[in-house]
Design a binder for this molecule. Structure first.
Ligand code: NDP
Ligand code: 2IT
Length: 446
């Protein structure tokens, strides 16, 4: 075997994917654990499995042309990155945000492959989206954009090929428009998207699944130390689907959530968010699409413009907004403020320096690919229900979600244990890799 080191491998990744910094970051983070793992498992190394996993099956990019209400023509770029379908049809969300580019979608599709494997369900990894900015757009504009986007995307997806869902900027409204257009183009009612409304094939618990799953995961992490959530002070970032359902479940469990944020800043409510405040902010963010600053005005607490919430003292932290929102100084502030565990609702919210600091400080830190897998897991359950043309009750889906999170936690513990500390990030990487690698080995050289 030729010499194969992390640095020589990464030099190749950087050369072949110039300028794609988020993608480099995600690959390096996984490679740091998988290259030594493959060295101990030469059958994978000889088949060059991880090197194959660092290349997507394909990247599709396309023009999306649409008209505003004032009949101005806009041109956006759409993408679908189909990373790996070794263990099931491509599966992963669609993100509509002005920052979307190929690097961000490649990092997300790569991560999704490991996450989906950890769920134990038969789903491969993908991600897609557009640099379209939904902020300030009317419902009619959103509809026209979604229809234009699906008019091209539909030829690349299918219930046994690739099943998209939501992510940043894509919620139930967008999934409705996207599904309506697919159905019209295909002349078939096929389960090609998840996150659908209950009336047309959606699953109970899908809206809640990601945020609730993050909290179920934290409960597993605490249970290992004979602790629970009751009375814990929690810092949450973001105020979208994931952050708000995380907040809701924490409230149910008797924990106190003291922050929420958006891209303009964060609110600090030392009294904690209660049921009435929660109902108000849920409507503000998910129906009225307002700014989090309005929460501070409504409830008379502080708004910190342009800042992130990590300096607020807490017991537990949940980054639920976006990638690289928690850097090393933030991690330091968290630990100094008393934070004793972190579960990530967002994908790759911690920078490499923050991850290193947290590992050295031995803070239990569950990475997004494990902690937020409840969302895609219930998407997988939505696919199962659609295949059966049947739906499970809320309680049935919730029990399955709980079991899946427990199973993911067990895998992370099994593969991440190191002298009295659990390196959850390593556990998630190795646990997620193994099933995909075994399947790829079985297929031969493809
Ligand atoms: P939403 O669009 O519902 O909410 C996104 C939230 O993050 C908003 O509060 C938004 O603020 C904030 N945000 C977005 N971009 C930035 C940015 N560049 N800087 C600061 N804040 C930002 O998305 P979701 O809640 O669905 O997604 C949040 C995270 O969770 C993402 O990382 C996503 O990939 C991940 N995730 C989502 C899953 C799902 O099922 N939806 C499943 C698993 C992971 P603003 O309104 O100002 O833009
Ligand atoms: O990052 C994610 O796991 C998601 N956005 C959800 C993907 C899905 O297919 O439900």
């Amino acid at each position: 075997m030729t010499e194969f080191s992390l640095e020589s491998f990464m030099a190749g990744v950087v050369r072949r994917n110039p300028g794609e910094t988020e993608f480099h970051q995600a690959v390096r983070e996984v490679a740091t654990d998988i290259i030594p793992f493959e060295a101990k498992n030469p059958v994978f190394r000889e088949a060059r499995i991880f090197e194959r996993l660092a290349e997507p099956d394909r990247v599709v990019s396309f023009r999306v042309c649409w008209e505003t209400d004032r009949r101005r023509i806009h041109i956006n770029r759409g993408y679908r990155v189909q990373w790996n379908n070794a263990i099931g049809p491509y599966k992963g969300g669609l993100r509509f945000h002005p920052s979307v580019n190929q690097s961000i979608l490649k990092f997300l599709a790569f991560e999704q492959t490991f996450k989906n494997s950890l769920t134990g369900l038969p789903i491969g990894g993908a991600k897609g989206g557009s640099d379209f900015d939904p902020k300030g757009r009317s419902d009619a504009e959103i509809m026209r954009f979604c229809q234009a986007f699906m008019t091209e995307l539909h030829r690349h997806i299918g219930p046994n090929t690739d099943v998209p869902a939501g992510d940043i900027g894509v919620g139930d409204r967008e999934i409705g428009y996207l599904f309506g257009q697919y159905k019209r183009l295909q002349n078939a009612f096929e389960a090609v998207l998840t996150g659908k409304a209950l009336e047309f094939g959606g699953s109970y618990m899908r809206p809640e699944a990601t945020g609730y799953g993050v909290v179920y995961m934290m409960e597993e992490m605490l249970a290992l130390k004979n602790e629970d959530l009751d009375g814990r002070t929690c810092v949450v970032s973001g105020s979208g689907n994931v952050a708000l359902h995380c907040c809701q479940r924490l409230m149910h469990m008797g924990a106190k959530v003291v922050t929420l944020s958006d891209s303009s800043g964060f609110v600090h409510d030392p009294a904690g968010i209660d049921a009435d405040k929660f109902a108000w902010v849920y409507d503000l963010k998910l129906s009225r699409r307002g700014r989090i600053e309005e929460y501070a005005k409504e409830f008379g607490c502080d708004f910190h413009a342009g800042e992130r919430p990590w300096a607020v003292p807490c017991d537990l932290a949940y980054p639920c907004a976006t990638q690289n929102e928690l850097d090393e100084p933030d991690a330091r502030s968290l630990v100094e403020g008393g934070c004793r565990a972190i579960a990530e609702g967002a994908n790759m919210p911690s920078t490499p320096a923050a991850m290193k600091f947290l590992a050295e400080a031995r803070v239990p830190h569950m990475p997004g690919k494990a902690a937020n897998a409840g969302g895609v897991a219930v998407s997988g359950l939505e696919m199962s229900q659609n295949s059966q043309r049947f739906s499970w009750t809320r309680g049935e889906v919730n029990t399955k979600l709980h079991d899946i999170i427990r199973h993911i936690h067990e895998q992370c513990v099994r593969h991440g244990e190191e002298s009295g500390f659990i390196n959850y990030c390593r556990g998630a990487n190795i646990g997620g890799y193994t099933k995909v690698a075994e399947a790829m080995l079985a297929y031969g050289v493809v």
